[in-house]
Write a protein that binds this ligand. Structure first.
Ligand SMILES: *[C@@H]1O[C@H](CO)[C@@H](O)[C@H](O)[C@H]1NC(C)=O
Ligand SMILES: *[C@@H]1O[C@H](CO)[C@@H](O)[C@H](O)[C@H]1NC(C)=O
Ligand SMILES: *[C@@H]1O[C@H](CO)[C@@H](O)[C@H](O)[C@H]1NC(C)=O
Ligand SMILES: *[C@@H]1O[C@H](CO)[C@@H](O)[C@H](O)[C@H]1NC(C)=O
Ligand SMILES: *[C@@H]1O[C@H](CO)[C@@H](O)[C@H](O)[C@H]1NC(C)=O
Length: 517
């Protein structure tokens, strides 16, 4: 008897030691899967539930393998991308057979795996729930949902139902614990915007509460920013189906910037369709990231990483994270004295503006206009091995202090835009950007570039009118880097980087002025 007790004690003791080794204290293991979704060959054609389920089950077979693989590596939560199960490019009618009924998890406690017959048209939810239950893992996935509505409801669509782009979250028991309906649809004519903004949190035993939002939501105040500010969440799960657009909105580039800007962790899963420019997933903290971006391979990718429950803040915020009131001091005396010096002009530059710039700093900085991200940016060329530049538009002035460490035949420019962006969505941005141009002529500045050879030390800052600044730092071949310094200094937001061993493609301060949308 005694012996048996001590065996039990020994066993328990060993188990505790073993599990402590698996999960470092204050850490958890997260997984995201970039999924090359099997798409309907003709999403515009009408089909039936049977055919829809057949297609979705093929994607779910892959999900199942990934859940098992993630759990084997100790993952406690796994995130799958937007549109990963059903695909995209449907009409309101053709997506209907793919839609499931998703009850509100706050009003009904439901485990679809254990109680499959409670609601009809829930085959996908049942499979997802069983995956979570069997592998004892929290699971986040995106589906299409239908919800009947009353004709008396003034917002009810004429066909008597809402259709929502919906994220579902299951706990490690397979219980449905959260449902988020996408707020900022990206030209998804198959779906409705929810009648009220969903502000959704769910709780986990390993990392506390998580917030959730989807794809295009990342650019807007509701619900992403409200969620973070109001509920002080430190973890976000983020299913997305993101088409990359350089130089400012590549998936991994912006996901990292979001984590840094809000001092949070974000688990981002994208779908993988390189021919459509869709790739870029990762597990991000403000200081470290584990990413996948691959335009060559057709394969998906499971990323598993152990991260801290309380993200460590960026070590070197310049002064304070909170935007201070209006004062008119410059961040540093050196920054105020803007003058061009030490010009080493390339042949082409000498032919155009550089000589003039050397003669008269004030007047002759050769401003030119070029389209970047469909916006009319004002640029000044980055000339010579080092210098200080300034360019303004509307109420935003951008400043750059730079030193080129390698002499290469590459043109860079400092650009500014302060205005309403109106192509592929309407939103107000204030941007200061140091970009590598597509070629050697000014008109190529703002083009999509992903490779560079130049090593550049820089300080970039601007007098933004919004406190929401997303710091982008993209190096050659879509590699991310981290700034040395970041944050507010008086009324300027500043980013600096020196001594990087990678070549610079884009360094930008992407400000979102939500009130002016
Ligand atoms: C979906 O639509 C986009 C834009 O219209 C198009 O470029 C793309 O080829 C379509 N993709 C599929 C898989 O149908
Ligand atoms: C999981 O389900 C089991 C059995 O129904 C129950 O005893 C347990 O409390 C549940 N755990 C959670 C976290 O819901
Ligand atoms: C960032 O978050 C950590 C906790 O995760 C906190 O200790 C730190 O103060 C935060 N930093 C900023 C600048 O908000
Ligand atoms: C860009 O803005 C500048 C300055 O406002 C203006 O002169 C120019 O015509 C604009 N270019 C385009 C293509 O709109
Ligand atoms: C930014 O600086 C410029 C130049 O000093 C000034 O004209 C502009 O009003 C400033 N903007 C803000 C918001 O203070």
């Amino acid at each position: 008897m005694l012996e048996a007790y001590s065996m039990v004690f020994l066993f328990l003791f060993c188990y505790q030691v073993a599990s402590a080794e698996v999960h470092k204290e204050g850490h958890y293991v997260a997984a995201v899967y970039e999924h090359p979704s099997i798409l309907s060959p003709n999403p515009a054609a009408l089909t039936d539930r049977h055919a829809a389920l057949e297609l979705m089950n093929r994607n779910l077979d892959i999900y199942e393998e990934q859940v098992i693989a993630a759990a084997e590596q100790g993952a406690q939560i796994i995130v799958f991308p937007e549109d990963g199960i059903h695909g995209f490019n449907f009409t309101r009618e053709t997506i209907y057979p793919y839609l499931e009924f998703v009850p509100c998890p706050r009003s009904v406690k439901w485990n679809p795996c254990r109680e499959p017959d409670l609601f009809g048209d829930t085959e996908v939810l049942q499979r997802l729930s069983c995956m979570a239950l069997r592998s004892k893992i929290f699971l986040v996935a995106n589906i299409g949902a239908k919800q009947p509505c009353e004709y008396r409801d003034p917002l009810c669509p004429p066909d008597g139902r809402y259709q929502f782009n919906t994220d579902v979250v299951f706990n490690d028991n397979g219980t449905l614990v959260a449902r988020y309906r996408k707020q900022n649809l990206y030209f998804e004519y198959a779906f409705n915007t929810p009648p009220e903004v969903d502000c959704v949190l769910f709780d986990t035993p390993f990392a506390g509460k998580f917030g959730i939002f989807t794809c295009f939501d990342i650019l807007f105040y509701e619900p992403a920013v409200r969620l973070i500010k109001k509920y002080n969440v430190k973890q976000i799960v983020y299913p997305t189906a993101w088409m990359n657009q350089l130089p400012l909105l590549s998936a991994v580039e912006f996901q990292q910037a979001f984590a840094t800007a809000f001092n949070i962790s974000i688990l981002a899963a994208n779908i993988h369709h390189p021919t459509l420019g869709m790739t870029g997933s990762g597990i991000y903290t403000p200081l470290k990231s584990f990413t996948y971006h691959d335009m060559e391979s057709h394969d998906g990718k499971l990323i598993v990483a152990e991260i801290s429950v309380m993200p460590q803040e960026h070590e070197s915020y310049v002064e304070s994270y909170v935007r201070p009131g209006k004062s008119i001091e410059y961040p540093h005396n050196n920054f105020a004295s803007l003058h061009l010096h030490d010009q080493v002009c390339s042949k082409r530059e000498q032919e155009t503006h550089c000589r003039i710039a050397q003669k008269d700093d004030e007047e002759a900085t050769p401003i030119f206009y070029s389209e970047m991200m469909y916006d009319n940016f004002s640029f000044v060329p980055v000339i010579g091995t080092k210098g200080d530049l300034q360019v303004c538009a509307n109420t935003l002035c951008c400043y750059l202090s730079y030193q080129r460490l390698t002499l290469s035949d590459e043109l860079y420019a400092l650009g500014v835009f302060d205005g309403l962006h109106t192509v592929h969505g309407t939103y107000y941005v204030q941007v200061c950007a140091l970009v590598k141009c597509g070629g050697l002529s000014y008109s190529t500045c703002g083009q999509e570039v992903s490779e560079a050879t130049a090593l550049i030390d820089f300080q970039l800052w601007g007098n933004f009118s919004t406190s929401y600044i997303f710091p982008l730092l993209l190096m050659s071949d879509i590699n991310l880097d981290f700034a040395d310094h970041l944050g507010w200094k008086n009324k300027y937001y500043l980013m600096s980087k020196s001594g990087s061993s990678s070549s610079l493609v884009t360094a930008a301060l992407y400000g979102r002025w939500y009130e002016k949308d």
